[in-house]
Design a binder for this molecule. Structure first.
Ligand SMILES: Cc1ncc(COP(=O)(O)O)c(C=O)c1O
Length: 365
């Protein structure tokens, strides 16, 4: 495949996938393992598909060390549907839920839940334009809350929790891990529920992974529409209706790729290396490049940064694109630039970006 053009892909999601995964999917496109059809064309009730979805789940369980008392669901509707769905399922009538608001995504999750019942912001970092994370003492957690929700990595603001915070006994922790899912080892047993849209580290858009402790399924109220009911979806092994079959198949291939690489400790090391290269380039630029996130909150997945003027930022994005460095324009709420450096991005691409940054500064600084 060496003659095929591949850019340095810094897209925030959907984003880069491992070349070997794409090649495997390509090789199985017309005839999946002797079936004479692609995975897109087979019944989700077939023996072959059952094996695909079950293997994807088993490999995910192995990679994350998911305890046996947790269910894994492959759902549709994106992480955005989870914002509402988790509130519908996990917050009993009359109860309140706490939200740790550290950026756009946790804020959106909070607003969605607030439409449906009582919420509190246990922390809101808006005044710092979400450039830092709370210390334990900054959180005002309600010991009666049905759960506390937080976002492990804010994709737009580039802040990422480095360790879990303490919560009052009996309060469940619910976490949006969409943009740093599978980027590092995680102790799943500390969470009541973890969810993640696949389209950053786990696969293509179209499937959202939910990992939920079994006893929490008892909270699901009666008479929820079936596609919003964790209990029913869990009981059917994500096969209550037609699942996003092809997206789950690609997730399965990504899990194999991660396992072959050495699992989450191995990919974490690679991710730290890539992030280190880019943050070093920012820190050694004499202020020409300026990271949005406070140094102790820096994400190893999304690196938003600014330059001395918007004109230079625009020029940077344009010239970078010409050099096949794609997806570097920042989100409009932070402005500037953002390098998303997910699992599948090779270290070489981070090096090319750093060289480009240095050269750009030399010519324009
Ligand atoms: C942290 C985080 N949460 C939620 C979402 C929303 O995901 P989706 O577009 O799958 O609904 C995103 C999307 O980028 C995200 O980065």
């Amino acid at each position: 495949m060496s003659s095929v053009k591949r850019v340095h892909n810094f897209n925030a999601g959907p984003s880069i996938l491992p070349v070997s995964v794409l090649e495997k999917a390509q090789s199985e496109m017309l005839d999946y393992q002797g079936c004479g059809m692609s995975v897109m064309e087979m019944s989700h009730r077939s023996k072959e598909y059952e094996s695909i979805i079950q293997t994807a789940e088993a490999d995910l369980r192995e990679l994350l060390g998911i305890p046996t008392n947790y269910k894994v669901l492959f759902l549709q509707g994106g992480a955005t549907l989870q914002f509402a769905m988790l509130a519908m399922n996990l917050r009993p009538a009359g109860a309140s839920a706490d939200y740790v608001v550290t950026g756009s995504w946790s804020k959106t999750a909070w607003k969605e839940a607030a439409k449906l019942g009582a919420t509190r912001a246990a922390y809101n970092g808006e005044s710092s334009n979400y450039s830092r994370l709370p210390a334990q003492g900054d959180l005002t957690l309600d010991p009666q809350a049905a759960y506390v929700h937080f976002c492990h990595n804010e994709t737009i603001h580039g802040v990422e929790f480095k360790k879990e915070f303490e919560v009052p006994a009996g309060v469940e922790v619910v976490c949006d891990m969409s943009s740093d899912f599978l980027s590092q080892p995680v102790d799943v047993s500390k969470y009541g529920m973890i969810y993640a849209g696949a389209q950053k580290n786990a696969g293509p858009a179209g499937v959202t992974v939910v990992i939920i402790r079994e006893d929490l399924l008892a909270r699901t109220p009666e008479k929820l529409p079936v596609m919003l009911d964790y209990k029913i979806l869990a009981e059917s092994g994500s096969l209550h209706n037609t699942p996003p079959c092809y997206a789950i198949y690609i997730v399965g291939l990504v899990m194999k790729w991660l396992k072959d690489l050495g699992g989450l400790p191995a990919i974490h090391k690679i991710n730290l290396e890539k992030a280190g290269l880019i943050y070093d380039a920012i820190d050694s630029s004499g202020g020409y490049y300026h990271g949005h996130a406070a140094p102790d909150a820096r994400s190893i997945m999304n690196v938003p940064f600014r330059m001395p003027s918007e004109e230079l930022e625009e020029q940077f994005v344009k010239e970078a694109k010409k050099a096949d460095l794609i997806g570097l324009k920042g989100h409009r709420s932070v402005g500037g630039l953002r390098a998303s450096i997910y699992n599948a991005l090779p270290v070489e691409s981070a090096r090319v970006l750093v060289d480009f940054m240095k050269e750009f500064q030399r010519k324009n600084g």
